[in-house]
Write a protein that binds this ligand. Structure first.
Ligand code: LLP
Length: 433
């Protein structure tokens, strides 16, 4: 079980707050975050990599809740952003722009310009065309753009195919041969400063030598770049550190760091990293209430009030999320004998057959109206939510110790139609174009 979510006397707590009280007060579906988890994970990374004093750029895409980003900034995090919107959010949360890296395979000119205006640390560049675009926009602004080349090291991260990025056939990064050729291009282009080399081989990687292997593969390239007198400062090792969803499959950060550190030392560069899920994943749960208990065919469906629009990971990656009643005499994952338990499919109300949170899961017998917690929902939960089926987005609550606050209000049905019109304000004609 995630450290900051514990059962005491059969009641689930987030830190020192009983989550049932939160659901009763604020309604469901509800995301509940433990701030101590987020800051504690950052601390764990800092300690594991202490000897190279890493720049931790928390990956905004995993969980972009402003209140949490603010907490991250306050413990010294920089940010990894993939869009103008993420840079804006990070800055609104109090980020230091000089600690922001900007990744992504397709950056528009206006996004590049915005990042330059704000003075970010560097762009993770993924193609030669992008080099040209950044140089052009930086020249227009009369500034120098810091860049890092994102290399594709052709390493198998051994993770789900949908979140694997480090193999040669993926759309991400530049293969090392091509990267060598682009050094010439970087010299020719104006307003660029090659500050770093970047890697990100995939997400939810649970084998602790995958990153080390990737870094080892790019060390010779880094040496060449340094020998050619480029002002390299950083090796950005990306994110992807796997966490525990079921049991203890998550990375041991100390062992993981021990594998990587010799290679990082060999580069002689400062280390940057972009953890997302490792910081946020086990720091959040999604609370949902059972609407109906529906026996059908040979199955028992628990139909809950959260759905794939709130948490899409099970629907699109077949992801496993632990589920357990908020009030239960049984400890999570306990073997439940006889009638005290039942095998359920836990499903949402959305009109899609993939709107399923768990299939054939043995849980304590659960009645209509009871609350369930869906665990490990702090990463890529709310961040990937939508309003599909015209379902307003859930509220988000941040807990710290025995205090909590609503970091994002529940959307209303009025919010769902904001920006739309029933009738035209002005009608244009094709002939006027
Ligand atoms: N850096 C880059 C360049 C990335 O593309 C990503 C994630 C990260 C860092 C952070 O990765 P993390 O430490 O969180 O694994 N929606 C999927 C995960 C997509 C990951 C996308 N890139 C999921 O729910 O599993």
């Amino acid at each position: 079980m995630p450290e900051h979510f514990t059962y005491k006397n059969g009641q689930l707590y987030c830190e020192s707050v009983p989550v049932k009280a939160l659901a009763d007060k604020l309604g469901t579906p509800l995301y509940v975050y433990s701030q101590s988890h987020f800051t504690g994970q950052v601390e764990a990374i800092k300690q594991a990599f202490a000897e190279v004093d890493p720049l931790i750029c928390y990956s905004v895409k995993a969980n972009a809740c402003l209140g949490l980003l603010r907490a991250m900034a306050r413990v010294g995090c920089g940010f990894d952003a993939v869009s103008k919107g993420e840079i804006y959010r990070a800055l609104r949360a109090g980020a230091d722009s000089r600690m922001i890296v900007f990744a992504g395979v397709g950056k528009r000119d206006d996004e590049i310009d915005y990042a330059l205006e704000k003075g970010i640390l560097m762009f993770n560049v993924e193609s030669e065309s992008e080099l040209t675009a950044i140089s052009r926009v930086a020249a227009r602004r009369g500034v120098e753009a810091g860049i890092a080349l994102r290399l594709n090291p052709d390493v198998d991260p051994k993770t789900h195919k949908h979140i694997s990025t480090g193999k040669r056939e993926s759309k991400f990064g530049i293969d090392i041969e091509r990267a060598k050729a682009s050094l010439k291009r970087i010299r020719e282009l104006k307003n660029l400063r090659l500050k770093g080399v970047h890697l990100h081989i995939g997400s939810q990687i649970t084998e602790n030598d995958r990153h080390a292997e990737a870094i080892a593969k790019v060390v010779p390239f880094i040496k060449e770049v340094k020998a050619a007198d480029f002002p390299l400062e950083y090796i950005n090792v990306g994110g992807g550190y796997g966490i525990s969803y079921r049991g203890n499959e998550g990375l041991n950060i100390t062992e993981f760091a021990a594998k990587m550190l010799p290679h990082i030392r060999e580069t002689g560069l400062k280390m940057a990293c972009e953890p997302g899920r490792y910081v946020s994943g086990n720091g959040g749960i999604l609370l949902t209430r059972v609407i109906f208990d529906k026996p059908s065919g040979d199955k028992n469906f628990l139909i809950v009030d959260a759905a794939m629009n709130d948490l899409i990971r099970p629907a699109i990656y077949d992801a496993y999320h632990r589920i357990w009643p908020v009030q239960s005499e049984f400890a999570p994952d306990a073997e439940i004998a006889g009638d005290a338990g039942r095998v359920y499919d836990v499903v949402g109300p959305v009109c899609e057959s993939t709107d399923v949170f768990a299939k054939a899961r043995r849980l304590p017998a659960t009645a209509e109206g009871e609350l369930l917690a869906i665990f490990s929902a702090g990463a890529y939960g709310m961040a990937m939510s939508s309003t599909y089926n015209q379902r307003p987005r859930a509220a988000e609550v941040i807990v710290q110790g025995d205090k909590f606050w609503v970091a994002r209000e529940r959307e209303s049905i009025e919010d769902l139609i904001r920006g739309e019109r029933l009738t035209p304000r002005e009608v244009f004609s094709a002939a006027d174009l």
